[in-house]
Design a protein. Structure first.
Lengths: 273, 353
């Protein structure tokens, strides 16, 4: 009886998720296999046969992968530094680090438009310094999307990594050094592998976030489509809800594949993590 | 010549001097313990030797070479941590092989040396386990094996047994001593547990507030503490402040109040200017009957508190020289308020600074 009482605590959340998440997603996925009452794979075949669609998918994956890698490279050293600080400084720096997450993505994207535009801050500075002769084309390219997404998602990887790194016993580094490792080797052979769990979770968050982000690529990408803006176009502009559902299902599938692959990687890198 | 010499070193932490003008010599092949209460500087000394800390003044000589600025990873010292600090992502084998791989030892030799050292610490067959699959004592052995396999010039232990339960602690300290003697490796051992240090060390340095109060072999420290701090630390609870000191008939005569006490000449009293006497509670005898006139070193008093210790009774006896603590085995204890006589043999009085 006591156990039943505990299960009851789960019920409200479970009910909410089932009603508003599981069932709608299941219906969306199911609907892609049926058209006018009969089973069909036509939506998927159509998608996979169209080079325009595939190019959008490819661009999206590229942007997501580059964003994830860039976030890891930028976030890892920062997270390590923060994890070494005393509680007060750590709090301040973490608050600063998550600041981008607290600002509206529209505001954030518009400020990047001001910086990256043809006559923006970046180009006018570089031009007046004489470093370039004509403005760089950054805004409305995949590069602009990546910059915007890195800015948005860097906090996620920093937070998850700091969480893992601050639990690494500092004596481990000393032990490695006493056994003959330089500071860099100790970092590479101890801190890096022990940070893998945080790295995996952070990477999944960044990758899936980049894959599904809408506002940032819509504003900074211009005519350049990614899969989420393409989905929106199909649903709202073209009113093709069947195709939109197919795209949504493909996004869900990619998400699961990536999580699966990352988990495999995690067990390989850190068997006992 | 000493293998290791700390020469007038000073170490500060957050602008506070932990060690000030500190010196220490360690002979080759010895196991020396640094013993003292927390904050006495023993761990700082160990970390300084390991290279985890830098001295702001002074020199550290090892085997005739100046090691003061040699970084940790170039010192070839084995360090065993209180937390063991095993790499959680590596198996027992890889943990032990860590130092050998960094030294670019070939695989065949790594295999052979890791297996041999696991033999020494009795951990054969555990190569594939991970640290979290081991008991505390086994982790401890891995940590020791990992430090030993690099054939270190010096072995350093930082409270290695404090995370183990009492029985295991006794077994492990015997094990550490056995391995240390078998390999003849010079060892510095830090602990706050006296029994542990006394039982395994060639030399014990009792430390207090950043200085060494006494550095001697364990038996000498135990019998003849040189300072009040050391005496208190190893269980001399009773102290007498003496006035005049004279030598007569090969004995030392000491006055305190209206009393005159005699002390034998021994390493604890001779050549010693100390005017404070120390006696262990076990070395005092308490009796309700007045002793014969021939008995020396008698103090009259009154039982203040009587407590039962299991094998013996402990009394606090009030005298005109202050309170004394006495342990004595007896069948029927004295009650509080009872007048008694305290006596001690002249050999048991030690003079301290």
């Amino acid at each position: 009886m006591k156990k039943l009482g505990l299960y009851l605590l789960l019920l409200p959340g479970l009910l909410f998720l089932t009603l508003f998440m599981v069932i709608p997603i299941a219906m969306t996925v199911l609907s892609t296999f049926f058209q006018e009452g009969s089973f069909t794979l036509e939506g998927y075949l159509h998608f996979l046969a169209d080079p325009y669609f595939l190019k959008i998918l490819w661009t999206t994956l590229q942007v997501s992968v580059v964003t994830t890698i860039a976030c890891i490279l930028l976030g890892f050293p920062a997270a390590y530094y923060i994890s070494k600080l005393g509680p007060r400084k750590k709090g301040v720096l973490l608050a600063l680090a998550i600041f981008p997450l607290l600002t509206s993505s529209v505001v954030r994207s518009f400020s990047w438009m001001i910086i990256l535009g043809k006559k923006g801050l970046l180009n006018s500075s570089l031009l007046s310094l004489g470093l370039i002769e004509k403005p760089l084309e950054i805004l409305y390219t995949p590069s602009a999307m990546m910059i915007g997404l890195i800015h948005l998602f860097l906090p996620l990887i920093i937070i998850t990594l700091v969480g893992v790194m601050e639990n690494i016993d500092p004596d481990l580094l000393k032990a490695a050094e006493s056994l003959g490792a330089s500071k860099f080797t100790a970092f590479r052979q101890v801190i890096v592998p022990l940070s893998v769990p945080g790295l995996i979770i952070g990477s999944i968050l960044v990758f899936v976030g980049s894959l599904t982000a809408y506002t940032t690529p819509a504003l900074l990408g211009g005519k350049q489509r990614v899969i989420s803006t393409f989905l929106y176009q199909n649903a709202i502009t073209l009113n093709d809800w069947h195709m939109a559902s197919v795209i949504a299902t493909i996004m869900i599938a990619i998400t699961f594949i990536v999580i699966g692959l990352m988990n495999k990687l995690a067990t390989k890198l850190n068997p006992k993590g | 010549m000493a293998l290791l010499t700390l020469e007038n070193v000073s170490v500060a932490y957050e602008n506070q001097n932990i060690l000030d003008n500190f010196s220490l010599n360690i002979e080759k092949g010895q196991l020396i313990s640094l013993l003292g209460p927390s904050g006495c500087g023993k761990t700082t000394t160990l970390r300084l030797i390991a290279g985890f800390l830098e001295a702001k003044a002074g020199r550290f000589l090892f085997d005739g070479k100046d090691y003061t600025r040699v970084p940790v990873n170039k010192r070839n010292f084995g360090f065993v941590f209180q937390s063991y600090a095993l790499f959680p992502h590596l198996s027992v084998f890889d943990n032990v092989a860590f130092g050998l791989r960094l030294r670019k030892v070939n695989q065949a030799e790594i295999d052979q040396r890791v297996r041999h050292i696991l033999d020494v610490v009795s951990l054969n067959g555990f190569e594939k386990r991970f640290p979290k699959e081991l008991s505390g004592g086994q982790r401890q052995r891995v940590a020791i094996a990992r430090a030993l396999v690099i054939q270190p010039d010096l072995l350093l232990f930082d409270e290695p047994l404090s995370n183990l339960d009492a029985n295991l602690r006794v077994n492990m300290r015997v094990e550490i001593r056995r391995i240390q003697q078998e390999l003849g490796i010079t060892t510095v051992y830090v602990s706050h547990d006296q029994e542990e240090c006394f039982s395994i060390s060639d030399q014990v340095a009792i430390m207090n507030k950043g200085i060494i109060e006494q550095l001697d072999d364990p038996a000498t420290i135990f019998k003849y503490p040189r300072t009040e701090f050391v005496a208190r630390f190893i269980g001399f609870n009773n102290f007498i402040d003496f006035g005049e000191r004279t030598e007569q008939d090969g004995e030392i005569h000491l006055t305190a109040g209206s009393h005159t006490f005699r002390a034998a000449k021994n390493p604890g009293t001779a050549n010693h200017s100390g005017k404070k006497g120390a006696i262990r509670p076990d070395d005092l005898v308490v009796s309700a009957e007045e002793p014969a006139d021939s008995v020396r070193n008698v103090l009259k008093g009154k039982v203040k508190v009587s407590t039962f210790l299991g094998r013996s009774y402990q009394y606090v006896v009030e005298t005109d020289l202050g309170d004394f603590t006495v342990n004595q085995e007896m069948d029927s204890p004295y009650k509080a308020g009872q007048p008694v006589y305290l006596m001690f043999p002249k050999e048991k009085l030690v003079l301290v600074d």
